[in-house]
Design a protein around this ligand. Sequence first.
Ligand SMILES: [Zn+2]
Length: 253
Amino acid sequence: MRALEQHSWCNPKAITRASGISGQGLFAQRPFYKNEIIAIWGGLIIDLAKVTRLTAAEKHQCVQIADELYLWTGDVEPRAADLLNHSCDPNAGMSGHFTVVAMRDIEADEEVCIDYAMCDGSSYDEFHCRCGTRACRGWVTGEDWRLPAVRRRYRGYFASYLAKRLEIPQRRLEAIASGPRELSSSAGYAVAPNGTTLTTQTNLLSKWNYTHTATGDVETARMASMTIRRCLHSENDKTAPTARSSDLDKTRR
Ligand SMILES: [Zn+2]
């Protein structure tokens, strides 16, 4: 298989040439309309452990595609699709994990750029930006996707895994808003390691933990788990092993 020719795809309306931002860049040879596919990335999928062993230059040829997975093209010559430069005021964005689309109509001769905050959610490859736009952040980090202005501007154009991360606060707000209903109907439960009866507070916290784990709100679930452990610890110190059978039945399903 000719990996050089098959690891990515670039819309033939785009060409590569020298860029004022950095080295070679991808330019529109003919106009793109909003949401038109410009490039689809391919490459080797590697984990964070492999990324940490790459040289700085090799890391430049990575893009993050999941929480701990990266797409790497450093084992082959860069293709046109791999030469997309970063801009803090881009005209293109992500669709799914690998696909670059026009975020607005793009005129002929414009350089096609994405903001790496749309796809990078870790600090493996941070850099000084030379995009020269008024929106330039100067130092581009793996945490930029969290910035409120970035989140607002790129809504709908983040890589899928980042878009999912960004849903979490909204889900938490919805869970809080509907908390009493969820708690009364939740199948969540808790029991101390020694089988003791738990206080109402601990059971409620356990149900919160169950609810947020079920909805994928990992951060809230983790915080709830820590609180539950603290409650269990204090209850074990003061509660005799007199669990009601109905409570224990719930824990053994
Ligand atoms: Zn910039």
